[in-house]
Design a protein. Structure first.
Length: 443
């Protein structure tokens, strides 16, 4: 039987890691992760358990959750209420919008995106997955692998999330059965063999009772792996960033016009990929003019080098006409430049996507108009079958398209660089995001 503390965290202080000092926090690695899965798989409860056991909950937050749980007649403290903040979410017991939560342990700091499980909110899941290093795919041990598990796993694969942890949750409801866990694991591995996922781990758990979440469970002694928090603290993410292909999309030109910085001209932006060092030779696109890095400024600090995802201001030895939307890169390692691209497109609007329709396209810091010239096929999420006869994409559907832009883009394949290989489509009338794309290459 689970302990009283596990079922009712308000009964006594949480065990777990001690609070982290500010200086240590600033120097720790950051892991971005998301939870995904079907409805009622326990995604919000799992995050609530992690937040509670890492002492990332203020006392007034815990008291508010406790009062709400008691008023609803729950037999235990409902930790899912820590992330389900919308009134509609609490009333229905589901997640509707993406909720971001932050916490830290002595080893690492984390940003968790709690994404919805309903099919109609798949577009919200894409939003949370776009910047994630790791995906937690939750599976209800009673139901096993279902269609929504396939859908979220395919999207995680398409978005090139480097690491995936399959959390077989609610093991307490199947008697902590090892046979049931192995059955689900074999089923998921058979499906995942068709996807491009390089690192998959499996953990049986009960988020409600805390089994294998922060500490190893006595109820599942047959499981010899690590608890979830231990895995999250130790998974290797340093090599996930692209440190080879130097890409710096220019976001803003800094001209202070002050006596102290009278001749200062800095090109501000966020490093998309690669490492830029003082003295490196660079080329500015689209002009093609070359220069060298004179200095790298990060707030009031002078840096010798910069790498993703730092936001910096780079100055050059030569005065070059550079504006927002231009890109700095290495002369011998340039991105593709062109107006025709081929991409996988996730449609996120109630209005269907139809070929020959015009949209605004936003890629890194560059904004252009575009035309969807062709829908090559629509992907069946459940079977991975390609529907070559499709004429449009509906809400949450995925297809392969070709796009022509009014101005050249500086892009890489999404497989090579997630930042320069992705874009969004915006409806020019309503100014709402209608599609998210992963570039495959030039059309």
């Amino acid at each position: 039987m689970p302990s009283d503390r596990a079922t009712n965290p308000a009964t006594e202080p949480a065990a777990g890691p001690k609070p982290v000092s500010r200086e240590r926090y600033l120097n720790m690695d950051l892991l971005r992760l998301l939870t995904c899965g079907s409805v009622d798989d326990g995604k919000s409860t799992l995050i609530g358990r992690l937040l509670y056991d890492s002492k990332s909950i203020f006392e007034d937050q815990l008291e508010a959750v406790q009062r709400t749980s008691l008023s609803r007649g729950d037999k235990h403290i409902n930790l899912a209420l820590l992330t389900d903040g919308l009134r509609a979410e609490r009333e229905q017991g589901i997640t509707i919008d993406v909720a971001y939560r932050y916490f830290a342990t002595p080893r690492r700091k984390f940003i968790i995106a709690d994404t919805p499980g309903h099919v109609q909110y798949t577009r919200n899941m894409v939003t949370g997955a776009s910047t994630a290093n790791l995906a937690l795919v939750l599976i209800d041990a009673r139901h096993g692998v279902i269609e929504q598990t396939h859908r979220h796993s395919i999207i995680a694969s398409m978005l090139r999330i480097p690491h995936m942890v399959v959390c077989v949750n609610k093991m307490d409801l199947v008697g902590y059965s090892e046979d049931r866990y192995e059955e689900i694991r074999a089923d998921f591995e058979s499906f995942a063999a068709r996807l491009e996922i390089s690192d998959i781990s499996f953990i049986p758990m009960s988020a409600l009772h805390g089994d294998n979440v922060v500490e190893r469970s006595d109820n599942m002694r047959w499981y010899q792996g690590a608890a979830l928090l231990h895995y999250l603290e130790n998974v290797h993410i340093a090599s996930d960033r692209d440190l080879i292909n130097c890409r710096f999309p220019v976001q803003w030109i800094i001209r202070p016009h002050s006596d102290e910085h009278h001749d200062y001209r800095g090109y501000a932006g966020r490093v998309a990929a690669g490492v830029f060092k003082v003295g490196d030779e660079i080329v500015a696109l689209p002009s093609g003019f070359q220069s060298r890095v004179k200095s790298i400024d990060h707030f009031d600090e002078k840096l010798h080098c910069c790498y993703p995802p730092l936001s910096v201001a780079i100055t050059l030895e030569d005065d070059i006409d550079i504006s927002r939307g231009d890109m700095l890169c290495r002369p011998d390692n340039r991105p593709h430049t062109g107006q025709d691209i081929e991409a996988m497109l996730v449609w996120m609007s109630d209005q269907p996507m139809q070929p020959r329709h015009k949209y605004a396209l936003r890629h890194t810091t560059r904004a252009v108009r575009c035309l969807v010239t062709q829908l090559k096929y629509r992907l069946n999420i459940s079977t991975l079958h390609r529907d070559l006869d499709a004429t449009q994409l509906g809400l949450n559907e995925i297809g392969r398209v070709t796009i022509r832009t009014t101005q050249p883009l500086f892009f890489d394949s999404y497989h090579r660089c997630r930042t320069t290989g992705s874009f969004i489509l915006v409806d020019e009338t309503s100014n709402t995001t209608v599609g998210a794309g992963m570039i495959l290459g030039p059309a």
